[in-house]
Design a protein around this ligand. Sequence first.
Ligand code: HSE
Length: 442
Amino acid sequence: MKNGAVQIGLVGCGVVGNGVVRILQKNLELLEAKAGTKLHLAWVASRRKKPLPPIGGIRPLFTKNWRDVVADPDVDIIVELIGGEEPAKTVILSALKAGKQVATANKAVLARHWEEIFTTAQATRGLVYFEAAVGGGIPVVQGLNEGLAANRIQRLYGIVNGTTNYILTRMSEEGLRFSAALKAAQVAGFAEADPSFDIDGVDAAHKLAILASLATGGWVKVEDVHREGLTNLDLWDIKFARRRLGLVAKSLALADFNGDEVYARVHTTLIPENHPFATVRNEYNAAVIHGDAVGDVMFYGKGAGAMPSASAVVSDVMYLARQVAGGMAGRLPYVMFDGKRKLKILEPKNKQLRHYLRFSAADRTGILAAVTQLISKHDISISSVHQEDNTLTESDVVKKFVPIVIVTHEAPEGAVQAAIKESRRIRGLSRSPVHLRIESLG
Ligand code: HSE
């Protein structure tokens, strides 16, 4: 505290950082009234010098070196918005070791270094708040950690990546090709610097690992999340699933908890068109958290973009500022973390789910029989079979082939994977089938 104000140092001033500056500029009086203390943006560290407006009549100091900010003994709160693992991790750890509190939007660094960060926070009696790391502007982290603190969390699932949801929405509603939809998400500023993080499910796995770690009090690592990307998906399947099966394709992150057992996964999932998630469009995110006392609680809002993420970052700053001003910061940890807690991560192989398999087959006698024989050989019970007239298809991939869709009853993942592998040996099939899980989310 200096001059009666909590001193804030912003490290990284890109898309979200600019949003933070704009909110502080626009709403400072309101924020101070809500936080119950004066707030002062003392420093901005950024690779590129940019003209920053005065906030509350004072212009923040500028540096290209984040160490200047962490070294300033007057700074109370470091806001880390660099993204990525390094130097972000060093910034966070250095700030904690210097006795400061931290707000970060950085899901990668948290998910990958959860143990080190929260062990350090415990040792230094510092706080790390990270609302913007999951769900953009949705207060799902506070909701889970504080609002649902009374509960044992039994399940959580969500649409937690705005970019993939945006791509799926534009593909299904406007028939846009995957590449065009991705480009639009990048232009809108939703995608990660490396968009393969979004497309391959890495970003969603980071976020799920964070929520699952919060829910368990242990550390669910990114490697513990079974992960599949969007890449195997075709526009034809999105349209077919909606028209013929009443199912909508969403990229979902799901975690089930049973005692110390955790089963966590990220993949494209077909959900009923009347589930509330089916209407979650574009960059919006949603999450359902199921607690043993409360049942299902649903969160919804913008999951990507400068201002929604900045909204979450500024709310963290306000929580922290209140505690700094009240002399309470770091007396008690924010996150329950027990490094000795051993979690048992379940493998997907025995998990019973319904599956959608779309084979692309040469239009000749016996193919349909060969496919259904293969499925029954692996003891998978078929719910329905659809051989579509290929004039219905719009995708280049299926133009020359007849799509055969198999919808299964609940079957073990391992058996389905074995059938898929063996299907590569059937002559007349063009490639591995498109494989999607079906969840009723009931
Ligand atoms: N690339 C992320 C997304 C940004 O699309 O959800 C928000 O974390």
